[in-house]
Design a protein around this ligand. Sequence first.
Ligand code: ZN
Length: 465
Amino acid sequence: MLVTCVWERSFSTVRFMTLEDMCASCFPLGDVRVRSQVGFEPEGRGSYPYLCIDFRTLHSCSESSLIPGPGFISAGPVSGRRLRRLLSFQRYLHSSRLLWGTTHLNPLHILDEDYIGQAKCMLERVGSWNFDIFLFDRLTNGNSLVTMTFHLLNQYGLLELFQLDMVKLWRFLVMVQEDYHSLNPYHNAVHAADVTQAMYCYLREPKLAKSLTSCDILLGLLAAATHDLDHPGVNQPFLIKTNHYLAKLYRNSSVLENHHWRSAVGLLRETGLFSHLPLIRLKMERQLGSLILATDISRQNEYLGKFRTHLNQDDLCLSNASHRHFILQMALKCADICNPCRPWELSKQWSEKVTQEFFHQGDIEKKHKLEVSPLCDSQRNSMGNIQIGFMTYVVEPLFAEWGRFSDTRLSQTMLGHLGLNKASWGGLVQQERPSSPDELEPSRPTDMLDTASVLKEFGTDGMVF
Ligand SMILES: [Zn+2]
């Protein structure tokens, strides 16, 4: 029994847990513990041999820079993961000046002060749809997710309201940021920071701002920050076809989203951030899960259909807690795939990053003679075609309904950018197309049609966003 075996290694007290128990359990942290303590061991779990390589190495590069130098004094054995946290925590203590406003007197940090000053200026406009998260990440020395999330929680007064311990919160956010894979071109902490910023923009929309409770806002921001936690940079079909144990654990259903949620709950418990709130802690964990699970793009039609029905019947009542929760789910879904609705300069960078991640998965699949996943073959797909298909079949339908729900200037701006960006990609695709008809391959559908048909089947395909 796969899972029992795993738990025996980690916690001898839960030897008899079965897969069914695990899935039904309200203590759903098995996968997180497994990953952090024993890593990937294909022999024990029947995974495809490729996965004996840790996911963190999927995007090449070594982590040798994390090995302590000769002056490092250790009080005992420290794992690489723990070491990363220790080092990053020191880094954040330095960058925390941004939040506390204390002056650093060391003249060597004068350049940092300048950057921090600029980052502070940016935070004054954190509600702007043109917010450049890439610049913000550079100005915060790669700490955009921690800095952004802490700032927003603080701005809403949620630390005082929920009596959150600042040290625990800081530690939690640092661990969240660290658990995103910085080597993933797309699914990394900058994407999470971008989604958190977009979520903040939606929370400020009049309909939401006047009806959401503090608890809704806290959950919305935390869900945005953690929604792709520990993303391996490959999609669910890849995990399924390589017999990865996470796919088995979650029965091939919302595998990644379940893992992101459990990872988030694992860090909440490890840091004890909500330990002083015993009456609502479990409910908050469950609601966090419900929000994160809604980002599974293969369930897009289900959520969109429900949203459309509510809008047609005009029966959304935001004084009703379940309706507010549904709107938070839709807001998070929009925030997660809002890249095509950003100004072109930002949107194009995201397109390049996601395409790079797709094609990297395709290269791995080819290398290991696995069937190449849709959109992941760099020879059959182009960035422009992928983007046009994604916008047409996924983004436009969602944002059209969001615009009906929240008919504001922001919604008009987003839809405006979406139209312009799609036209820009269309122009680029035209330019790339061979000029002579003789150069076209007559027996194969064009990439555009191929991509569109794949994206049209999103409902059953299980994409990676
Ligand atoms: Zn995401």
